[in-house]
Ligand binder design. Structure first.
Ligand code: SF4
Ligand code: SF4
Length: 144
C-alpha cells in the first residue's frame, strides 16, 4: 500500500507563510541557464551530450531555450529554510512567490521539454532525416 502525500493549496496560503509550507522549497532545487536556440544537427548533438549527464534537462518556452540542472542549492537546509538568507544572491531575492513553482508546474507552458537522452534523440530523429549520418563528415580523420 502506498501513502499519498497531500500538499496544501497554494492559493489558500498567505505570501508570508507560503514558502514555509512549500514541499521541498522547489525553487531552490535546480538552476537554469539560457542557451542559444539549437538549429543544426551539430547543435542538437551537443544538447544530446549534455543530456547524457544525470540530472540535466533542456526545455524551450516562450522566452527561448534553457538547460536545467536538477541539483539542490547547497545552502538549502533540511527544514526548507535558506542557510544564507541575509546574504543570498540577488536572483533569490527577486524571485517572487506570488505565482511560482508551488502554484503550477512551469513545464505546463513548455513548447519542448526533454528530460532524457532518449527523448531528445527521438526528437532529433523526427526532425532530421539524416540524423544518423551526422558523424560521417569527420570519418577517416581520427587517429587511434
Ligand atoms: S518561492 Fe515558491 S517555489 Fe520557492 S519556496 Fe516559496 S513557495 Fe516554494
Ligand atoms: S541561496 Fe538560499 S534562497 Fe537562494 S537558492 Fe540557495 S537556499 Fe534558495
Amino acid at each position: 500500500m502506498s501513502a499519498k502525500r497531500s500538499f496544501p493549496d497554494p492559493a489558500a496560503l498567505a505570501p508570508e507563510v507560503k514558502c514555509s509550507r512549500c514541499p521541498g522549497s522547489r525553487c531552490c532545487t535546480y538552476v537554469t541557464q539560457a542557451i542559444d536556440t539549437p538549429r543544426s544537427m551539430a547543435d542538437f548533438d551537443i544538447l544530446l551530450w549534455q543530456l547524457a549527464h544525470r540530472n540535466v534537462e533542456v526545455y524551450q518556452d516562450e522566452d527561448g531555450w534553457y538547460l536545467t540542472f536538477l541539483t539542490p542549492c547547497r545552502f538549502l537546509e533540511a527544514d526548507g529554510r535558506c542557510g544564507i538568507y541575509p546574504t543570498r544572491p540577488q536572483i533569490c531575492r527577486d524571485h517572487s512567490n506570488d505565482w511560482c513553482e508551488f502554484d503550477a508546474d512551469p513545464a505546463d507552458d513548455f513548447r519542448h521539454y526533454f528530460r532524457t537522452y532518449e527523448e531528445l534523440d527521438a526528437y532529433c530523429r523526427s526532425r532530421f532525416r539524416n540524423w544518423d549520418k551526422r558523424f560521417e563528415k569527420g570519418r577517416g580523420k581520427r587517429k587511434d
